[in-house]
Ligand binder design. Sequence first.
Ligand code: ADP
Ligand code: TRP
Length: 339
Amino acid sequence: MGTAEAKVSLTGIKPTGEPHLGNYIGAIKPALELAGGAESIYFIADYHALTTVRDPKSLDQWTRSVAATWLACGLDPERTVFYRQSDVPEIFELHWVLSCFSAKGLMNRAHAYKAARDRNREAGVADLDAGVNMGLFNYPVLMAVDILIMDTDLVPVGKDQLQHVEYAADIAGAFNAHYGQTFALKIPKAVIPQEDSGRSLPGTDGRKMSKSYGNTIPLFAPEAQLRRLVRKIPTDSTPVEEPKDADASAVFQILQHFAPEADSAQVRERLAAGGMGWGDLKNTLFASLNDHIAPMRERYDALMVPGGELDDLLALGAAKARKRARPVLEQVRQAIGIG
Ligand code: ADP
Ligand code: TRP
């Protein structure tokens, strides 16, 4: 081995809605900045989304929208492997094989499944598995396959996904314990970003921006909608002339993530001095957001045109991904005796 070997890092993105400003600041931007050292693999986990997204138009729209967003934000499809999970049939074949090496007890303890049972218990539903489908139950196995089939070293994830990466390591271990002499799957490691919590962006009602609160500002909202949504962010009734505390303002918190540091420092001083109204601050935020986003939005809109470049890029990515996945699946097949 000797010198630093290039590590392979893999990120899966579940298409459960239009990407919003919070996703950009908390997930997309840091992931793309981090890409540097490792060989990077990114994919859209559209079959994972099927456990909750049951409207075909939404699944299609969100899959395209999430893919176009990552590309518009700077993901380089030449230097990375970027694909749609559903375009790689090898994943679903290996899913069966590895489900035969996944302890049911392990799945019983998975957070999402346990949470579903807890909800039933609290609601007084007698069958704790009511409303639980096998997709939800098998979710961690499919995720393990996503990781293992790409021969991944590192998986950057939020804390909520840590258990899933540990399960992937566990499942690989179970396979290796049996066939490791013939072929061993690589054991992956999770990487948790340090400042996972410090980046939480408020939404149009002042709470954390989240699809589940319906308070999001879509990253690529057209200009007029962006302006309208910025106006919706709540402010207090402090009159224009009065001093204001920048840090208590959701509008300012968003501004800080998008404006150059010197600009937001200046706005902070103007607010503290009095004489700057919330309307003025919102105009500043809109201008700053729009400056930052406009070039990416142009690229995004071009990618979203049906039958265009996005489809070509996804086809290219699928070919690269399958080329990577096939040898792993082949070796697994040989090891188990289905050559
Ligand atoms: P949502 O809460 O809208 O459903 P997701 O759970 O799909 O968002 O989040 C995907 C990624 O975006 C996660 O890595 C999460 O940390 C990040 N993220 C979501 N909302 C925010 C936010 N308001 N501020 C910072 N990061 C966020
Ligand atoms: N479960 C992840 C989420 O909900 C998405 C995902 C699917 C994933 N497969 C993956 C993440 C593989 C990392 C690696 O966010």
